[in-house]
Design a protein around this ligand. Structure first.
Ligand SMILES: Cc1cc2nc3c(=O)[nH]c(=O)nc-3n(C[C@H](O)[C@H](O)[C@H](O)COP(=O)(O)OP(=O)(O)OC[C@H]3O[C@@H](n4cnc5c(N)ncnc54)[C@H](O)[C@@H]3O)c2cc1C
Ligand code: FES
Length: 330
């Protein structure tokens, strides 16, 4: 049966019962996704016509969405009849066909007591947009997504990996991975990438290693000559977790419209850092956010709380680009 994908005006052939996200990916439609589990909202599309079946935690047992302008999560949607789907933001869609590339570990070094900077040198380039992530396969049993901190023009990939207590893959990265090892990189993935056509204010919110994709976004904005006012809120748990200040100072030197607020949840010295939760600081400082774009990256609870704050302050849902670091679980 046929599914029409707007606004690309492309018709794809799909088997009845196929998952919508799988079908879009198989047809190489530039479609964003992240958790594949109905949680992150990254794969949200509009159903313009027809009927689909919705599965997953939220939609299980529901009769399904139908006809005009119902929103569906592609990863939780199954196609049962011909229909028309609209994918989001066609003018900002980035088309970087996913690739699998072999890379070599160039550097593994500490950034804080529990964050490592991992630099990989790919055998062939992978083109990505600032803010995107890739899947890293260290061994067939050690596979996780990580966000790039740099730009694809760098020629190497920089990642910030926080060591999770009892974390399987981060334990491997900290204790077994060494310079010269081969890593399979697949991607790019993710929809929380820099919107280059936007000229208004940008809000960037990073929790912990959520700073990695935010640095990439800021670097991309500077490289692209964007002059937008940027407000960055960087939230960490304790003063020991603050990192990246040199990189941020370098960015401020070339982008004076970048304001940086580092917010420390506990143990902050008031003479050095602002204390509290990043969302409290946002609530205190920020006024009406309509017309702003928001990039929210890091732990899922922080991203969810920050999303609530920006929505309450009037940021349009389609202008909130969230990249929550959901655990993968196997
Ligand atoms: C799109 C995306 C981008 C990501 N980018 C980054 C990145 O740039 N840097 C980065 O450090 N991580 C990032 N992550 C998270 C990363 O993929 C892993 O989930 C993380 O490194 C833990 O893997 P692990 O195998 O060590 O832990 P697991 O063995 O999977 O988990 C062990 C235990 O810790 C819990 N857990 C897992 N992660 C966390 C956490 N962050 N905080 C608290 N508890 C946790 C699990 O629920 C589980 O109980 C990203 C995730 C996604 C989905
Ligand atoms: S909700 Fe579909 S990829 Fe997260």
């Amino acid at each position: 049966m046929e599914v029409l994908v707007q606004p690309l005006q492309r018709t794809i052939q799909v088997e009845p019962g196929a998952n919508l996200l799988d079908a879009l990916r198989a047809a190489q439609i530039p479609m964003s996704y992240s958790c594949m589990a109905g949680r992150c909202g990254t794969c949200r599309c509009k159903l313009l016509d027809g009927e689909v079946l919705e599965g997953g935690a939220q939609g299980a047992g529901q009769p399904g969405a139908h006809g005009r302008d119902a929103y569906v999560l592609a990863c939780q949607t199954f196609l049962t009849e011909p229909c028309t789907i609209e994918i989001p933001e066609p003018d900002e869609v980035v088309v970087h066909p996913a690739r699998i590339v072999k890379a070599t570990v160039e550097r593994v070094e500490p950034l804080t007591h529990d964050i490592l900077r991992l630099v990989l040198r790919p055998a062939k380039p992978i083109v990505f947009s600032p803010g995107q992530y890739v899947q890293l396969q260290f061994t067939p049993e050690h596979i996780r997504p990580y966000s790039m901190a740099g730009l694809c023009e760098d020629g190497s990939f920089e990642f910030h990996v926080r060591l999770v207590p009892d974390g399987r893959v981060t334990h491997y990265v900290a204790n077994t991975l060494k310079v010269g090892d081969a890593v399979r990189v697949s991607g790019p993935l993710g929809s929380a990438y820099l919107r280059r056509k936007h000229e208004g204010p940008m809000l960037c919110v990073a929790g912990g290693t959520g700073l990695a994709p935010i640095l990439s976004i800021l670097r991309g904005a500077v490289q692209g000559g964007m002059t937008n006012p940027v407000h960055l809120y960087f939230g960490v748990r304790s003063p020991h977790d603050v990192y990246g200040l040199d990189a941020l100072a370098q960015l401020q030197a070339v982008h004076p419209a970048l304001r940086v607020q580092v917010v420390v949840a506990s143990g902050a010295d008031p003479a050095v850092h602002r204390s509290g939760l990043v969302t409290q600081a946002m609530e205190q400082d920020l006024g009406e956010l309509s017309g702003w774009r928001g990039y929210l990256c890091g732990s899922p609870p922080m991203v969810e709380a920050a999303t609530r704050v920006v929505r309450q302050k009037g940021m349009a849902a389609e202008h909130v680009y969230a990249d929550a670091f959901y655990p993968q679980g196997h």
